[in-house]
Structures are given as structure tokens and as C-alpha cells.
Design a protein around this ligand. Structure first.
Ligand code: GAL
Length: 331
């Protein structure tokens, strides 16, 4: 079991393991992320660390589950043994939270799940389970609206047939954000009166390099037929851009490429007019909400001001980013 040793943790006060927290004034928060190499999660953790960094009474232990639910289950046990007062879990397998929930109940430690949403039935298995994330459907609708606007003038319809020929680069199989974003963005285009034709789709697991490989194959097979690339996240949209660059195709001949997240690299690609838009997945808003909730749970503070939906959910809104407003999101 390995704690993340990368730069994003440098601001953390890593506690010495095995020492129970002093309940009088000190609190210890345990966090396990599904994969510390995920760009969005990495940026979210930087914001999380920053939001607790000034408080000397808080220590944070962060673990990388490295895409293994079994590893994450062991980390849960370890965080409990280390005296964590509250534990934040970015589930590896959102359909397998049983072990985590059983341990939470057994040792009476509240859990804040984040980003990878378990089903409601699981969340309500015990009263000290919470979820912080966003509404996946909202991101799909916003991405569809951005696409609809960009196709309004007719210029992006390369072959002028009145139909949008598109490719989808999907996140993980079974991930709520992948399934719902894909569905809602295409539905939104259709609801806005566009005819669409799906050329192909590929699962690229949120990964820039996997998306580049898949997109290179699509460029070979479909070339100039592709008018729109819907990336379920920015990293995969950036992978598509990498593929166009590697194929030596001039920017003017690229399709409309859209992402979701608003990561640093994603925003830069919009500024460079390589990516036409993205949907801001407010990492700072989610990180701050998670920190506020975790601290309130660890200290027995009031949850009233956190406006939990159904007493358990915090959902931070998405917003639209294009060239017109990208500067507002760049610090
Ligand atoms: C999504 C995000 C992706 C990836 C994924 C991991 O919300 O858009 O980039 O980080 O979560 O669960």
C-alpha cells in the first residue's frame, strides 16, 4: 500500500501513521483517490490540500488506490487504524462500496464519497455516508449546447449535408459521467433540431494517450468526414488534438473538438483555439465543499450551512467555457 509521493502532496502535513487523533482539538482526514495520475482528480486534490493547509489542527493522509478496489478497501482499514476521524473515498468501482460501508459502520467513521457516484441505495445504507460531486446530466446538456452554437453558422458542417458527423471519446465503461455525458450531449443537439450521425466511439478511460491512439485510428479510417469530437473530458479531447497534430493536419481542417473539466491544459487549448469549448467541472468548488463537509463531520459541527440535498448530497454546478470567457477561468 503506497501513499502518493508526488508534488500534489507536498503541501500536506502527512501524519505519522498508527497514532490515534487527539479528539480534543486535532482532526485527521483520510482520503483515497481511485488514481492519482488522473488529471482532474490531481487538480481537485491540490485544491483540497490548499483549503485545509492553513489549519494546524488538521492533518490529511492521502492514498492512491491505483485503480484497485481491493487496494482501496485495505486503505480504508488502514485509515481507520490510523485514527482518521472522517474518510473521503473516490471509489475505484462505484458499484462495489460494500466493504467500505461495512467498515465505516463497524468503526463509526463517517465517509464522504466523491466524484465517482455510488447508487443512492448504497449511500442510504448508513446515516453517516455522504456524496460530493456534480450532476453528470448537466455537463452533457452544456456540452450539447456549446456544440449546437458552434454548428449554427453552418461552417462546421464540412460537407454541407446538414448532418453532424461525430465521434465520441468516452471515459470509463460504467462511470456515471461517461454514460450520462455522452447521452445528454447528443440528445441536446437533437433537441435543438440538429440531425446527427455517429461515425464511431471509443472508450479511452479519461486518458489523453489512449484517446490519441483511438483518434489516430479514426482519422485514418474517416479523415475529413469527422465534423465533431465529443470528449467526455478534457484529457481525451486533448488526445484528439494530439492525434491531429501528429497526423500533420492543419488546424483549419480539424473538426470541432469539445471536452469537459476545464483543467489547466484544457483551458490553455481553448485559449490557443485548438479546443472549441469545455464544460467547467468546478474542482475547487467540489474540493472546498468536501473539506467543509469533512471538517464538520469530524468536529460534530452543523451541516445546515452546507445545504445538503436529501441530507446527503452536495452537487456543485457545471458551467460553460468557450473562447469568449476562458480568461475568466484562467487564474
Ligand atoms: C470525471 C472527470 C474526468 C475524470 C473522472 C474520474 O468527473 O470529468 O476527467 O477525472 O471524473 O472519475
Amino acid at each position: 500500500m503506497k501513499k502518493i509521493g508526488c508534488a500534489l502532496l507536498s503541501v500536506l502535513l502527512l501524519s505519522s501513521c498508527g497514532k490515534p487523533a487527539d479528539k480534543d482539538d486535532k482532526i485527521k482526514i483520510g482520503v483515497s483517490v481511485y488514481d492519482s495520475y488522473d488529471t482532474f482528480i490531481g487538480e481537485m486534490m491540490i485544491d483540497f490540500n490548499a483549503s485545509v493547509a492553513g489549519n494546524e489542527n488538521i492533518t490529511v493522509e492521502v492514498y492512491n488506490a491505483a485503480k484497485s478496489q481491493q487496494t482501496q478497501n485495505k486503505q480504508m482499514q488502514e485509515m481507520i487504524e490510523n485514527g482518521c476521524d472522517v474518510i473521503c473515498i473516490n471509489l475505484v468501482d462505484r458499484t462495489s462500496p460494500k466493504k467500505i460501508i461495512d467498515l465505516a459502520k463497524k468503526y463509526n467513521v463517517p465517509v464522504v464519497f466523491f466524484n465517482r457516484e455510488l447508487v443512492e441505495e448504497d449511500l442510504f445504507q448508513w446515516e453517516e455516508l455522504y456524496y460530493v460531486g456534480a450532476d453528470a446530466a448537466e455537463s452533457g446538456v452544456i456540452q450539447g449546447e456549446i456544440a449546437a452554437n458552434l454548428f449554427e453558422s453552418g461552417e462546421a458542417d464540412k460537407n454541407g449535408d446538414g448532418i453532424i458527423q461525430y465521434i465520441v471519446l468516452e471515459g470509463e465503461a460504467g462511470h456515471q459521467d461517461a454514460i450520462v455525458r455522452t447521452e445528454r450531449s447528443v440528445d441536446t443537439l437533437i433537441e435543438k433540431g440538429y440531425s446527427v450521425d455517429k461515425i464511431a466511439s471509443a472508450i479511452a478511460n479519461w486518458s489523453r494517450s489512449q484517446a490519441q491512439t483511438r483518434m489516430a485510428g479514426f482519422i485514418d479510417s474517416y479523415g475529413n468526414e469527422i465534423e465533431l469530437v465529443l470528449g467526455n473530458n478534457d484529457d481525451m479531447a486533448l488526445g484528439a488534438i494530439d492525434a491531429y497534430k501528429a497526423a500533420g493536419i492543419e488546424k483549419d481542417a480539424w473538426p470541432v473538438i469539445l471536452g469537459v473539466d476545464g483543467t489547466g491544459a484544457g483551458l490553455q487549448a481553448i485559449l490557443n483555439e485548438e479546443m472549441s469549448g469545455t464544460v467547467f467541472n468546478d474542482q475547487k468548488g467540489q474540493a472546498t465543499a468536501m473539506a467543509d463537509l469533512a471538517i464538520a463531520l469530524a468536529t460534530g459541527g452543523s451541516l445546515n450551512e452546507l445545504n445538503l440535498k436529501n441530507g446527503r448530497y452536495i452537487r456543485v454546478p457545471y458551467s460553460r467555457i468557450t473562447l469568449e470567457n476562458v480568461k475568466d477561468y484562467l487564474d
